[in-house]
Design a protein around this ligand. Structure first.
Ligand code: HEC
Ligand code: HEC
Length: 309
């Protein structure tokens, strides 16, 4: 009996030592991944007009098409959700109030985060979908900057996003990824895309508004770096064949599908997208309803970036 207890003790001690080694490995590997900097990537110095049409365009992008307010809170003062031990999900206060963007935050800084996923301190951002915002036209990035400059200031500290032990383990095993790694930094975005009720403009809008969640080929599947409790995104290349332009428009306003069922209107951001105007709905419909059919979940952002086979 004594001998057996002794051996059990040795095995238990061995298991504890192995667990400590693994915890140490996870801690140091994740710490080095979190502090990685991207100093070679630069934002672009774009001319920023400040006329009212530009500011209105920026406001519409932030609160509707690009979905910034969906993460940064409708007042843009930042949003926090305690998801520990996974993470403290914190998004920045993106107004120029106290605790928000500093007065000397430039258009280059904004371009760097929006189209390259790199923060002003040169570390990579997590969760924010810059891997598809990189398609945004120069003029639209400038419009967002012009709007943020004039938006109502919110005085609120915004703590940084923080990974807990589970988040760090997921990160060290490749389940979370700093988004500069997935973003095509050599993509040449257009200087300007003028709004028109055409499939070309629909493609542009969909690349800014929909592909982050519905996937690079609109084939849906689990959300990339999304909240794991959310449902997978629908395969737009097949489901939209059951819609008409009218039912598509009604869906964007309400989240109700043509068969009368309702989608999860948080995961599918109806709160923002219901503000799309009729020209935008028409352009999106023309482009999305004609997509070639793709197998559900086949195209993913990790495959697109060459990180997964
Ligand atoms: C899915 C969520 C999400 C969306 C959508 C999103 N962001 Fe962010 N954003 C974040 C997170 C997370 C951070 C970083 C928080 C941190 O690391 O502390 C961030 C950081 C920022 C910062 C601060 C960067 C810095 O230099 O420190 C700015 C500015 C910003 N976002 C602007 C935008 C704009 C503009 C849009 C829309 C075009 C947008 N965000 C859309 C999640 C999001
Ligand atoms: C933040 C992620 C996100 C964004 C951005 C997003 N979607 Fe979705 N969408 C979803 C998810 C998740 C579902 C599935 C929800 C469910 O099953 O309850 C969905 C469902 C849908 C459906 C329902 C299809 C069906 O009948 O099953 C349509 C249509 C749709 N989205 C269109 C769009 C369009 C168009 C855009 C861009 C203008 C867009 N979505 C942007 C996440 C998103």
């Amino acid at each position: 009996m004594k001998v057996l207890l002794k051996w059990l003790g040795i095995i238990l001690a061995g298991v504890i030592v192995l667990l400590l080694i693994f915890a140490g490995y996870v801690y140091f590997k994740s710490a080095s991944m979190l502090s990685k900097t991207y100093t070679h990537i630069q934002g672009k110095n774009i001319y920023v007009p400040n006329d009212s049409a530009t500011v209105a365009r920026g406001e519409h992008l932030v609160h509707c098409i690009a979905g910034c307010a969906g993460c940064h809170n409708p007042d843009l003062g930042g949003y926090s959700q305690d998801m520990m031990p996974f993470m403290m999900f914190n998004t920045s206060n993106i107004t120029f109030g106290k605790g928000g963007l500093p007065a000397d935050y430039t258009i280059e800084d904004l371009d760097l985060i929006v189209r390259h996923a790199v923060k002003r301190d040169k570390t990579g951002v997590f969760i924010m979908p810059s891997y598809h915002y990189n398609r945004m036209a120069d003029k639209d990035v400038a419009a967002i900057y012009a709007y943020l400059k004039t938006a109502t200031k919110v005085d609120k500290e915004s703590p940084a996003l923080e990974l807990g032990p589970i988040g760090r383990m997921v990160l060290s095993q490749g389940g979370l990824i700093a988004l500069p790694e997935v973003t095509d930094h050599s993509y040449k975005p257009p200087l300007e895309v003028a709004p028109s009720a055409t499939p070309q403009y629909g493609k542009y809008l969909a690349e800014v508004a929909c592909i982050g969640c519905h996937g690079p080929k609109y084939s849906g599947g689990p959300l990339f770096q999304g909240d794991p409790s959310w449902p997978p995104a629908s395969n737009l290349s097949t489901t939209l064949k059951k819609y008409t332009q009218e039912s598509f428009q009604a869906f964007l306003l309400t989240g109700i599908r043509p068969d009368g069922t309702i989608v999860d209107t948080v995961a599918m951001p109806i709160r923002d997208l219901k503000h799309a105007d009729s020209l935008e709905v028409s352009a999106l419909w023309q482009y999305l309803s004609a997509l070639p059919r793709e197998e559900t979940g086949k195209a993913t952002w990790l495959k697109e970036a060459g990180i997964e086979e």
